[in-house]
Write a protein that binds this ligand. Structure first.
Ligand code: GAP
Length: 452
């Protein structure tokens, strides 16, 4: 891995992926605002996830639930009582730290060894008040996960979309946690975006579906996002790591510069949530099996991931630096075209008054088909470097020959090779190049047989 956190954070700010939030006021506690390139990349990540997990399947549907909902949801789910992290204070510098983030007994803030208060539990829920009166009865919470939206809507989705087991409900949206130690850029923040899916299945098939979703999700990182297999691994949680709801969880981990870190959790939640909400709401949250003519409470397998965390992992995985024969250094983000913020940049050789309108006409032609950018500022060499640094796979250059032969040059980000292509065939040529640079699809993960 060629970038460390500092290199990446600085590139992100310089090029417009993400900035420290409210920077003109000195920033705000590990909070980040996304810039023009960051939002494009996030949109792509969401789009690819939604396509793979919802639209390309016939067994998953989507919802969008409220961020602030009835607080009874969070009491029943266990978050009000159990969603805690162990907290200690450093007696030397007063820093508050997560006890499980302390290495070798040293304070991560001042380095003092073994000088901490007793450990206590800190609840991560963000509290707020709904309505004009701030009293106990108006307390509500910002959701700490999107998952509960799927459980409390289980019955609605089941009846309104006439589903049969197994089926899933998916959601993408913001979640909020009052993390004790946010940090490492956008890796851990207090406001983040999750993509979660609850897959409801017959309890007798749930272990097979858990196995299936671990493999299927791992495949997505390799094939949809182009992450190299050496940077990914599956790790099963030990019994001491399991969340309050989980019977078994595996993490899909990414090799960050600071070590392996969680990208996505694939949890077997059993019937914990449906039973908890059935008990608290008095509703029968079960499924009537028409073949067996009996009610059952489905088990749930949940792949859950953060958009921001995927974004930081992709930037690390893509970052590359090379030096050519003349000793010139080039920074390249080797992003797969589907996640690159810009797919094609259109660059006139110069701001010559004949070239600019021609280049703009080429740009107009490409815009309905690709995510594009037009750039005519500074030398062509510097513009190529700029596009390399933001991961643009293809640049199209309009030069003086274009005025005569109606052809342009396509320059490839990775090989830097250039080919001449007629403008009439440009959309097709670019489409073919993008297609050819997508990661190859491997064999499909086998779905468990019914009644297995
Ligand atoms: N519904 C299960 C659940 O929320 P989780 O492991 O706590 O499980 C799922 O969260 C994913 O959400 C994580 O794997 C991570 O990608 C992302 N995530 C969790 N907390 C985060 C934070 N503070 N900042 C950024 N992403 C976070």
């Amino acid at each position: 891995m060629k970038a460390d956190l500092e290199i990446l954070t600085s590139l992100a700010k310089r090029r417009g992926f993400a900035y420290p939030s409210a920077e003109i006021y000195g920033g705000f506690q590990s909070t980040w605002d996304y810039g023009p390139l960051g939002v494009e990349m996030k949109r792509q990540i969401r789009e690819l996830w939604w396509r793979a997990v919802v639209q390309a399947r016939d067994d998953v549907v989507g919802i969008e639930a409220a961020v602030i909902t009835n607080p009874a949801v969070w009491r029943a789910s266990g978050h009000v009582d159990h969603f805690t992290d162990p907290l200690v204070d450093c007696l030397e510098c007063r820093a508050r730290v997560r006890a499980d983030h302390i290495e070798d007994g040293a304070c991560p803030s001042c380095g003092a060894v073994g000088r901490f208060t007793e450990e206590r539990s800190f609840n991560l829920l963000f509290r707020t008040y709904v309505g004009p009166v701030e009293e106990d009865s108006s307390v509500a919470y910002l959701r700490p996960e999107t998952a509960q939206g799927m459980f409390v809507n289980f019955e609605n989705v089941l009846t309104s979309s006439r589903r049969r087991l197994p089926f899933g409900i998916a959601q993408i949206g913001r979640s909020y946690r009052n993390e004790i130690t946010p940090g490492q850029f956008i890796f851990r923040t207090r406001e983040f975006e999750q993509m979660e899916m609850e897959y409801f299945c017959d309890p007798s098939e749930s272990l097979d579906w858990h196995r299936y979703w671990k493999e299927e999700r791992l495949r997505w990182y390799r094939e949809a996002l182009g992450v190299s297999p050496e940077l990914l691994r599956l790790r099963d949680h030990g019994a001491d790591e399991l969340s309050h709801y989980s019977e078994a969880t595996a993490d899909i981990e990414f090799r960050f510069p600071w070590g392996w870190g969680e990208l996505e959790g694939v949890a077997h939640r059993g019937d914990y949530d449906l039973r908890a909400h059935a008990g608290a709401s008095g509703r029968q949250l079960s499924y009537f099996d028409p073949e067996r003519q009996e009610h059952l409470v489905p088990h749930v397998v949940e792949p859950a991931v953060g958009v921001d965390r995927i974004l930081i992992a992709l930037l690390f995985a893509a970052y590359d630096e090379e030096t050519d024969d003349r000793g010139e250094r080039r920074v390249v983000l080797r992003l797969t075209p589907d996640v690159a913020p810009v797919e094609v940049a259109v660059l006139p050789l110069s701001r010559n008054e004949r070239l600019v309108p021609t280049a703009r006409a080429v740009w107009e032609r490409l815009r309905p088909h690709f995510r594009t950018q037009y750039d005519d500022a500074q030398s062509i060499g510097r513009r190529y470097r700029r596009q390399d640094e933001i991961g643009t796979p293809q640049c199209v250059t309009v030069d003086f020959d274009t005025l005569d032969d109606d052809a342009v040059t396509i320059r490839d980000r990775d090989t830097m090779q250039q080919v001449r292509v007629p403008v009439a065939g440009l959309v097709q040529a670019l489409g073919e190049r993008i297609e050819a640079s997508r990661p190859p699809a491997g064999p499909a993960v086998e779905t468990p047989a019914r009644g297995s």
